[in-house]
Design a protein around this ligand. Structure first.
Ligand SMILES: *[C@@H]1O[C@H](CO)[C@@H](O)[C@H](O)[C@H]1NC(C)=O
Ligand SMILES: *[C@@H]1O[C@H](CO)[C@@H](O)[C@H](O)[C@H]1NC(C)=O
Ligand SMILES: *[C@@H]1O[C@H](CO)[C@@H](O)[C@H](O)[C@H]1NC(C)=O
Ligand SMILES: *[C@@H]1O[C@H](CO)[C@@H](O)[C@H](O)[C@H]1NC(C)=O
Ligand SMILES: *[C@@H]1O[C@H](CO)[C@@H](O)[C@H](O)[C@H]1NC(C)=O
Ligand SMILES: *[C@@H]1O[C@H](CO)[C@@H](O)[C@H](O)[C@H]1NC(C)=O
Ligand SMILES: *[C@@H]1O[C@H](CO)[C@@H](O)[C@H](O)[C@H]1NC(C)=O
Ligand SMILES: *[C@@H]1O[C@H](CO)[C@@H](O)[C@H](O)[C@H]1NC(C)=O
Ligand SMILES: *[C@@H]1O[C@H](CO)[C@@H](O)[C@H](O)[C@H]1NC(C)=O
Ligand SMILES: *[C@@H]1O[C@H](CO)[C@@H](O)[C@H](O)[C@H]1NC(C)=O
Length: 501
């Protein structure tokens, strides 16, 4: 009740002063945490080092081809990448010099468990490696924030059907146990999965072996269902066996861009936006917080499945036992956000991917929107709206675990557009916190370093530090954006003192 009154006053104040669309000079709450992020395959290299097993991405980048073409731009691979496997101390020094509170990075499952199955053995050299990484971060005063799964899957599990084969649920849990046993004494922040909506609905993780039909999709929902079960088992194990002595928190991070209604004054357009949020974010958040898929997904996909003459829904269900297991298995919600897009309702369209099932249609970007060099919209208002939607729907702590700006490989050290991107996006997060009352705990810049941008290879750079790939030293150099973030981190936002315009 107190909180409600407090929020109302803030909202009213925001409205009265007309601050909503203006740059807000204020700071984040004192316990707000700032970080930078990377993932294992994108920066580590050491692909064949010290007993590491192969992953789907090792295979995919080397041997995968699609209709005779390389899967990855210019056939590039992550064999060496930024070589953070050897340069992790240098990386930690960069993070420290930015003044970040935490470093979000992921573990290579195949480095720790070479075949993916613990019964086949664990790789002590891999375990030792991450012990060194963690100890070094802590010695530098940086909190480690670990993602268990950021898209690189041990190759034998890939051949076994990847996330479509429910045997993987127990393999993931076994791997998580090794991780908690070895690192949980020092690591207190965990993410089970990074962006399941990307890897379950993309064809390069499992559909390469197991193509899925983009109309009337089935496999993306099976993948998602298994992800939810695997997350839940790992969380329950952590909660009962490790949390009592280790005392950490575990969430999941979900990518969610913002579906802006084409006509915000049209309630049908607003409902289309709302459906899109349930189909992208609620698909995972709702089962983990409420024990079931969003009701709008249940009713739409069930009805479509019946109309398609199926004997069961394309969207699986949790039985009573799994409902109990899955329900209530999050300590916080993670959010990765990049841009907004425009949606309209479209009840008559044939089902195509998730938008088809959600009865929506994506319209071209607004003509007034700017775009990054690689074509992504720059829409700072979107991060505030997506955070507000999640806060209103779930009223739960939110960790922003990725946000950032990509440019072609000729990106320079002087990156004013990236600086402006961070300034405007972070200010919109501040408005979500101060004016909309969202409980946001952290902001994470993607990425610490230029890195391997999946199928785009090294052609797109997201780093606030430049990596010189033609220099054998793979020299890291701060871009202007790293220096800018250092100021925002130190100021905990935008106090009047640093006002520059
Ligand atoms: C690529 O294929 C060759 C030949 O089958 C195999 O020896 C090699 O291990 C594969 N490389 C990766 C990274 O999967
Ligand atoms: C995908 O599903 C649609 C609708 O059921 C069907 O017409 C089409 O043939 C399917 N495509 C493939 C490749 O199976
Ligand atoms: C999930 O748990 C909450 C809180 O205990 C409960 O209110 C809700 O009914 C549960 N959901 C399902 C689908 O059982
Ligand atoms: C539904 O039909 C499929 C074949 O199309 C079959 O494999 C499956 O067992 C059936 N499920 C039920 C619940 O009857
Ligand atoms: C259905 O949606 C697809 C993808 O959004 C679009 O390309 C197509 O034009 C739409 N069809 C109709 C009839 O609206
Ligand atoms: C687009 O970028 C320009 C130059 O930075 C800026 O002045 C303008 O406000 C931006 N437009 C939008 C809609 O953000
Ligand atoms: C940077 O690279 C992109 C993509 O290769 C190219 O279109 C653009 O012209 C380049 N810009 C400069 C300044 O070289
Ligand atoms: C990268 O390193 C090479 C070799 O040391 C050097 O010639 C080049 O100028 C460097 N590029 C940048 C952008 O610093
Ligand atoms: C490469 O790094 C080493 C160690 O930091 C340094 O001694 C050497 O001068 C560097 N070489 C180049 C070409 O930058
Ligand atoms: C910060 O600046 C705004 C706008 O000029 C002003 O209204 C506000 O009082 C200032 N706050 C502080 C604490 O100085």
């Amino acid at each position: 009740m107190l909180k409600f009154v407090f929020l109302s006053v803030l909202l009213l104040a925001g409205g009265v002063k007309g601050q909503d669309d203006e740059f807000l000079y204020d700071v984040f709450p004192p316990d707000f945490q700032w970080g930078v992020a990377t993932s294992a395959y994108q920066i580590e290299g050491g692909a064949f080092a010290d007993g590491k097993g192969l992953s789907n991405w090792d295979y995919w980048s080397h041997n995968g081809s699609y209709e005779g073409h390389c899967n990855v731009r210019d056939c590039q691979n992550g064999d060496v990448g930024g070589d953070s496997y050897h340069k992790f101390r240098e990386d930690a020094a960069l993070i420290k010099s930015m003044g970040a509170d935490f470093y979000r990075f992921s573990l290579s499952w195949a480095r720790i468990v070479p075949t993916g199955r613990v019964a086949d053995g664990v790789n002590q050299a891999g375990i030792d490696h991450y012990n060194e990484v963690i100890d070094n971060l802590i010695a530098e005063g940086i909190t480690p924030f670990i993602t268990l799964y950021h898209w690189d899957l041990p190759l034998p599990l890939t051949w076994d059907g990847s996330w479509l084969n429910e045997d993987i649920i127990e393999h993931f849990k076994d791997y998580a146990r090794i991780v908690f046993e070895n690192y949980g004494d020092r690591v207190k922040l965990w993410l089970s999965f990074n962006e399941p909506h990307v890897f379950c609905f993309a064809d390069w993780t499992y559909a390469y072996l197991n193509p899925f039909n983009w109309t009337q999709p089935v496999k993306p929902y099976i993948c998602s269902h298994n992800i939810l079960k695997a997350h839940a088992l790992a969380w329950r194990m952590y909660d009962s066996e490790f949390r009592p002595t280790q005392g950490g928190k575990m969430g999941i991070t979900l990518n969610c861009d913002w579906p802006e209604p084409l006509d915000p004054a049209n309630s049908a357009h607003v409902e289309a936006s709302d459906r899109s949020m349930h189909f992208h974010y609620g698909l995972y958040a709702n089962p983990l917080l409420r024990g079931e898929y969003p009701p709008i997904m249940r009713s739409l996909i069930d009805a479509k499945s019946e109309a398609e003459g199926r004997n069961e829904s394309r969207l699986p269900s949790f039985d009573a036992e799994w409902t109990q297991i899955v329900n209530g298995t999050l300590d916080f919600l993670g959010l990765n956000h990049y841009f907004a897009y425009k949606v309209v309702p479209d009840d008559n369209n044939e089902s195509i991917w998730v938008e088809g099932d959600a009865n929506i249609h994506i319209e071209p970007d607004d003509e007034s929107w700017n775009h990054t060099a690689v074509g992504w919209p720059i829409t700072p208002f979107g991060i505030r709206k997506v955070v507000k939607w999640i806060a209103d729907e779930y009223n739960y702590p939110i960790y922003i675990t990725e946000n950032g700006y990509g440019h072609w490989e000729n990106d320079t050290f002087n990156d004013p557009i990236r600086v402006e991107f961070y300034k405007q996006y972070i200010n919109n997060v501040l408005r979500a916190v101060r004016l909309d009352g969202a409980d946001v705990k952290s902001y994470t810049a993607w990425s610490l370093l230029d890195n391997y941008e999946w199928a785009s290879g090294y052609s797109v750079r997201f780093g606030v530090h430049h990596v010189n790939y033609t220099d054998p030293n793979l020299t890291r150099t701060p871009k202007a954006s790293a220096m800018y973030l250092k100021v925002v981190f130190a100021d905990n936002g935008f106090p009047n003192a640093t006002r520059t315009d």
